[in-house]
Design a binder for this molecule. Sequence first.
Ligand code: BGC
Length: 391
Amino acid sequence: MGAEARMERSRMNGEGEMGDSHELISKSVSAMLSHQSPHGSFVASPDFGQYQYCWLRDGSFTAYALDVAGQTNAAADYHRWVARALAPLHRAMADAAALTGDPAALTGNPAVWHRLPPARFALDGTAVLDDWPNFQIDGYGAWLWSLREHLRLAGDDRLLAEVRDVVDNTWRYLDAVALDPCFDVWEENGDQVHTSTLACVHAGLTAAAELLGERRAADRAEEVRSFLFGLAAGRGRFPKSHSLADVDASTLWLCAPFGVVAADDPLMSATADAIKAELDLGGGIRRYAADTYYGGGAWPVLTASLGLYWLAAGDGQAARRYLAWIETKFDADGSLGEQFDGEFLHPDKYRQWVLHWGHPARELLWSHAMYVLLAVACGDSVGGPAGHPAS
Ligand code: BGC
């Protein structure tokens, strides 16, 4: 039986019974709210052992989705948590900034990784001192962007005064390291400068320029944008990184949600077309063609990202097809996992990961967040999740 047929069978076996967007949006919002820690952080996955932390990347998309869903108090709690977590990292940011231009020191030497501003935190906001490939700058940009969006959507002027110093430290850190190699949004390829990381950095610098009136942040964002277009020049589309021409679905964020590149820019539409052509797995979207993590399945996060691109490009029908694929992946309890169908694509790799870390995350807050963003953008209503009236 081919991979497509086996995927179809798994769908017939019960996946995808849900399908009412209104109900699923409520379930997603409830999942995000119920897994927010009392500190304000969001656990990446409540059921997957390796994901018992809050990543700035996942958390910042989650806070944004909650703002869009009207849960602005929960988003504010997250932003206050980030500010408390980042406040003591002033020194780590300065240390990392001092190492710019020395990629071997930043990403080639696990002995220094625990001294760098982390990609993920314990739920109480303490930095985790281990040899995780920490030097990932995208989450810092995504945070500044989601904070600006929160202030815009919630009209919460007091919060900016509370977190201003941390915002200031963070954009200066991004300014220093913006074009240095770092680990990418998949926590890989530490010797490269990555397109989607730069999309996040651009968004963060632009947000800081608006929030603080810092001209330098706006100028640096423009330099990042020129660098991005330089990467695409001659290739006809945006590549995965400065030295890898591969297609990577995270490059969609250039268009949506970050708006660095317009949907109708020929470089952006060629990028989206290549993603559709190379990374479609039964209607969902994979990270990149050579991915074998849990068999390299299709991710709701990226399927929603392509849906958001199509909406920006004016094709609501295509966007709804991606929304519908995600809706087939909710289980009967309303959980939404990290990825699907990798066990059919690369069964051996899938099994290896299961032996190593157990089953892939069955509940991923970032998946819920991106589903809500796409569903709301498609015009589906949020309503109030049971027990959680909009704040
Ligand atoms: C992904 C990261 C993500 C983390 C937590 C990793 O497998 O590559 O992008 O932040 O899981 O969800």
